[in-house]
Structures are given as structure tokens and as C-alpha cells.
Design a protein around this ligand. Sequence first.
Ligand code: TIU
Length: 225
Amino acid sequence: MTTTDTITVNAEPYPFEFSPAACALLIIDMQRDFLEPGGFGEMLGNDVSQLRRTIEPNQRVLALWRAKGWHVMHTREGHRPDLGCLPPAKKVRGRSATTIGDPGPMGRILVRGEAGHDIIPELYPQPGEAIIDKPGKGAFYATDLHAILQNRGIQKLIVTGVTTEVCVNTTVREANDRGYDCLVLEDCVGSYLPDMHEAGLKMIKEQGGIFGWVSHSANVLSALA
Ligand code: TIU
């Protein structure tokens, strides 16, 4: 198999085709503050086990992409230490006593450079894998993701990470409007809220794949076997 060969993955609403040279694995916000017990997510009362079930399947897909030498990119949601890129509306939303920028269980919450903001060790980026720091839910807003993808000739994205209905969904919608085809792997994305996870996947694949495709990591692995 060469990087220009076309690979077909069984998916909904119909098979997803990609050539590895023009496709990136985009792992969304697998950050300690969202996933680890004792982090910001759990502090807000969320069940982090719903996100932690995505770690192993992500490790399998990531290991494969690395072994092949294909494009891997990671994102992190967070803000400058001076909070200059934190909209006041985002700071106060939720009326929580402790919010973004405040001291949290793993450093200042969602602030770049803090321990909780970083990616979990299980999926830690390797040199050469782009890390996109984003202030919003979508990975395209106020980042150089689109420029990097264009410069590398990437047209298709395999999207994993958290959470299904928030940062994954927003990123897939942003990508779709910019002309990218996205395949979301249902076992590699997760939400604190199982019903929102299901709804988030449905929204992507309904209406003929209105925002993209949905499949399972096992289908990607078998397509490459
Ligand atoms: N990464 C991401 O999805 N950020 C969130 O705030 N997600 C929630 O589900 N809250």
C-alpha cells in the first residue's frame, strides 16, 4: 500500500474513502482536565469514565497512524495565561464558583502551560505532530489549522476525541463548511452525557452525511489489515 492508494472504510451513511497522504488523524482535546479523575471536568460533577473509555481505542488508531508515518494532529482547548483570548461570556457561563483561569485541581483551569491543560500521557503528542491550541470549541476558529491542512494538501479528517457533541461536533461542522470530509469514530469519541453522545453522532451522519461519516475504529483497522 502506498500513501496515494485509496482506502475504503465501512461507515454510515456510506463507505468513507481516503488516501493517506491527503488525510489526517485529528485528535480533539484529550486533555487531563477533561479526562482525569480529580480534574476540572470531574470537579463540575461529570462522569469522566464516559470519556476514559475512548483512551484505548484512540491508542490503537494512533499507534497505527504513527507506524504508517501518516499525518497526526492534536488539539487542546485553553487560553493564554493573561486570559486575553478568553471571551468574558465564556468566563462567566455556567455561573460556577470556579471557572476558567482560576486555580483548579491541576493548575489554572484551561490555561496553556498548566498541567491540567495538557494532553493525557496515554496519547501524548510526539515530535512532528502538530498541536493546535484553540480558544473555542471548534478547532478552526482563531487557529492556524486550516492553513496547516491546506499547506499539507489534506482534504480528509479522521476525527476522534472529546466531547462528541461539543468540541468534536463543532470542529466537524467547521471542517465541513471549509470543504473537508470528516469521518468520526464512535468508540474514539465520548461525552459526559451518553444521550448527547448518541445525538451528536446522529447529527453528523443523518441526511446523507450532512456533516460527515460515522464509523468504528475496528472498521478502520480492518480496512488497513
Ligand atoms: N473539548 C470540549 O468538548 N470542551 C467542552 O467544554 N466540552 C464539554 O462537553 N463541556
